[in-house]
Design a binder for this molecule. Structure first.
Ligand SMILES: Nc1ncnc2c1ncn2[C@@H]1O[C@H](COP(=O)(O)OP(=O)(O)O)[C@@H](O)[C@H]1O
Ligand SMILES: [Mg+2]
Length: 420
């Protein structure tokens, strides 16, 4: 339970537009005018794609992530990507000096980069009205406050009401605003979760702080596909785009070990090849453990049950660990087949051919079910030099053959016979 203070009678000076102008009346669709350009392209493909093709004017974008993951870095660099746009960076966490130091390290050198160290939403709005930015960043939403709301910055009501005031100015002046939000360990009660309904776009910035790779993922987007990812690598001088993430996710593949397969998952509109690793060891005592990293644990349980019941693998006396290499998170049924084969491969201690990829959903009967967008997946695999792809038979129909050999299968045991 979270205590929420009632708003006081004094309302904040959020901009009022109701002057009886036509703006607030219903308008026939064909009379609604669009600007000549509706999106600002940053020129950074990994970012533009995640946003659905550029930053939409008048959109409110939440960028959420763990502390230290690189949100401020990405937002500061945004100023570098769009040097001829007026860029207002509001920081509530750092001093202007700190931001300046970071900007220098990142090589941001733009006359249009404006910096404001401020936490009062009213002053932020005043500043925005004064300099009329093309893009605004508020870092972070947890540090700003509205004086008319009595609770502390970072509390649910402050976060929600501050965001709502910033949303009004964003829509009003029709410039995009990025809100930076920290995700807290406790499931973020006072964090960005309360904002997800309000904003147009929610981007998660993920990655392991101990690795250089960072994934920017759209989990909600009113102006583009969701689950689109952009991959970056953190360097001292900033975030570098990673043009071909498959190469990275496969780069640490060990030679000649059992329990390793390659799958091709669709991340938004883009196919990504990922190595799946499984380790199956006899349970020494008690209940067998099932641990999945980067993959749904319950889905794994289900697949293990299928392997046990339909294919006769005695997994109930074994611990099973499954890992999607490279820190990605796979939540698509099309990766099932690769997971199952990795587990079976480790269980039998037989290696799987390195040049084969696996695509397919597994049903409870041990059957291979069709997946969407097979062709882009096969193209990606072909590009990275894979020779064979095991796919569901129904998918293989009408497939225009590329250089990759397609092996259609309708049952799991067929695939197990082939590869193990
Ligand atoms: N001098 C530096 N050289 C290289 N990397 C740095 C340097 N300073 C900070 N970083 C990187 O930037 C990260 C912090 O990024 P930041 O954008 O401040 O995170 P957030 O805003 O998400 O909390 C650090 O974890 C580190 O990886
Ligand atoms: Mg920060």
């Amino acid at each position: 339970m979270v205590e929420e203070a009632l708003p006081s009678k004094v309302r904040a000076r959020v901009p009022s537009t109701t002057n009886g102008t036509a703006r607030n009346r219903p308008t026939p669709l064909h009379e609604v005018t669009l600007g000549t350009e509706t999106r600002i392209r940053t020129g950074v493909n990994e970012l533009d794609r995640v946003l659905g093709g550029g930053i939409m004017h008048g959109s409110l974008i939440l960028i959420a992530g763990d502390p230290g993951i690189g949100k401020s870095t990405l937002m500061t660099e945004l100023g570098k990507y769009i040097p001829d746009r007026k860029f207002l960076y509001v920081t509530g966490e750092e001093s202007t000096r700190q931001v300046k130091l970071r900007a220098e390290r990142l090589g941001v050198d733009s006359d249009n980069f404006f910096l404001l160290s401020e936490t009062n939403v009213e002053s932020i709005i005043d500043a925005a009205q004064e300099i009329e930015p093309d893009v605004m960043v508020v870092d972070s939403i947890q540090t700003v406050f509205r004086p008319d709301i009595e609770s502390a910055p970072g509390s649910v009501s402050q976060v929600r009401e501050s965001a709502s005031a910033l949303m009004q100015i964003t829509k009003e002046m029709n410039f995009p605003t990025f809100l930076v939000g920290h995700v807290t360990k406790q499931g973020s009660i006072a964090g960005p979760r309360v904002l997800e309904h309000m904003v147009d776009t929610v981007l998660h910035f993920e990655g392991d702080r101990h690795h250089a790779y960072r994934i920017l993922r759209s989990v909600k987007n009113r102006f583009g596909a969701t689950n689109e990812i952009g991959v970056f690598e953190m360097h001292e001088d900033g975030l570098a785009e990673v043009k071909n993430p498959s190469e990275i996710f496969l780069s640490e593949r060990e030679y000649d070990i059992s329990g390793s397969t390659v799958i091709c998952a669709m991340e938004g509109t883009r196919p990504v090849l990922v190595e799946i690793q499984a380790l199956v060891t006899p349970t020494s005592y008690g209940t067998p453990q099932r641990t999945a990293t980067g993959y749904d644990g319950r889905r794994l349980q289900m697949l293990l049950a299928v392997l046990e019941r339909r294919e006769g693998l005695r997994l109930s006396t074994h611990d099973v660990f499954v890992n999607a290499a490279g820190g990605v998170r796979l939540d698509e049924p099309g990766v099932d087949l690769g997971v199952v084969i990795a587990v079976a491969s480790s269980f039998r201690d037989r290696e799987v051919d390195r040049s084969t990829i696996f695509v397919g959903e597994i049903g409870l009967g041990g059957e291979l079910r069709t997946v969407g967008m097979l062709e882009p997946r096969l193209k990606e695999a072909e590009k990275l030099g894979f020779a064979r792809a095991v796919v569901p038979r129904n998918n293989a129909r009408g497939l225009t053959g590329g250089a990759i050999e397609v092996m259609p299968a309708d049952r799991l045991h067929q695939v197990l016979d082939w590869v193990l």
